[in-house]
Design a protein around this ligand. Sequence first.
Ligand code: DOR
Ligand code: ZN
Length: 347
Amino acid sequence: MTQHLILRRPDDWHLHLRDGAMLKGVLPETARHFARAIIMPNLVPPVVTTAQAAAYRDRILQALPDGMAFEPLMTLYLTEGTDPADVAAGAASGLIKAVKLYPAGATTNSQSGVRNLDAVMPVLEKMAEIGLPLCTHGEVTTPEVDIFDREAVFIDTVLDPLRRRLPELRVVMEHITTREGADYAAEGGPNLGATITTHHLIINRNHILAGGIKPHYYCLPVAKREQHRLALRAAATSGKACYFLGTDSAPHVDALKEHACGCAGCFTATNTLPLLAHVFEEEDALNRLEAFASLNGPAFYRLPANDATIRLVRQPAAQAFPEKIFTEAGPVTVFNPGFPVHWSVEA
Ligand code: DOR
Ligand code: ZN
């Protein structure tokens, strides 16, 4: 049995760092193991312009503890007022690595998102021209569509028509949660990628709802049936270039998770790599963990893979991880997989 594994240092292609006290509390959890991350722009107010992204990047770097290295890869939040010239200038300067599409109302702080795709076509056309990826929160917001069907309906009614209209547009399907999403990504050619979270490889909807509501397993897109979790595991461990890690680690203080209207998000930054090693070992695919966590993402984003490495070790005893981290914004519960994990990351 493999006792250790050396990987190129991984990157997280979908991460929420927030701002202020929360940023300060959660950033070391990611920077400890990851070299870079695509930083989600859904702050309040959102990161809409290149100037705002530059200021946010500075705040992230200021919050980084001395001696830790980490490169935030900045994104812009797409609104119906986004200026294509600002996006192009941000990309040309090297600061902006992607633009994020939130359908208005789909998730946390998405009110400023897009209601009418026609209104953002000039931005998307510019992005297609310059090769800047569009990261999509792939759920329709139509109240009539069942929440468990919103990803599949988005693919059919929004994503596929958009990609037919603009085949040169490079798209990342963020945090896919369904067999339909995994299949669509696999067939999409080199301009389509998909991120998969750690938690969607571990939980299905029963974890949220059976035996009492578990708010710390509630995220968006919501976890689906077991058959979908199995399809995501097959995709992530396939080694295929279109699939890469985006944890969607999304911290909310406990008071807002354990609430009558609890926020969506699982906080996995602290223990993602041991959990991934566990999952890939279960799937007999440890030799493909590096592709998923460290190689496929940079290749899609046309960036070099990291030169540094990390070492994962399989310990004889189950490894403890903190139940919570304590930020100055309040406590944040760390994702609990519900099974013992023997892997750890060597310091
Ligand atoms: O679970 C989620 N949390 N999904 C999202 O799309 C947003 C995120 C957040 O910002 O909390
Ligand atoms: Zn997210």
